[in-house]
Design a protein around this ligand. Sequence first.
Ligand SMILES: [Zn+2]
Length: 109
Amino acid sequence: MCWFDQTKWQCGYWKWDSFRGQCNKEHRMGETCGLKLINYTTEIQANCKVCDQITKKKRRVKKMSEDVQRWQYEGNRWATIEKTNDDIAEINGQIEDLMRLHDERTRSV
Ligand SMILES: [Zn+2]
């Protein structure tokens, strides 16, 4: 067992930080035995970078949806509407991927 620091965000996301010490089972310098133990956890009172990205992307989707609605009401720019709807679908896919990544991480502690 080797000791590591950990950073944990308020949303539940976490990551391994600095390596703090080797255990007796592992004698090679700079190597770790693979079984990680938490030495110290830094709690961050904010959401993690993944959450930030999700929030930003959601905001973009919202803005683009509003644009599409306005353009539809104005009854022009059909090509732009189509293009923007494609973009929205793509970003929604990215949001789903990020959320899945975040879920896997927050469940594994
Ligand atoms: Zn998060």
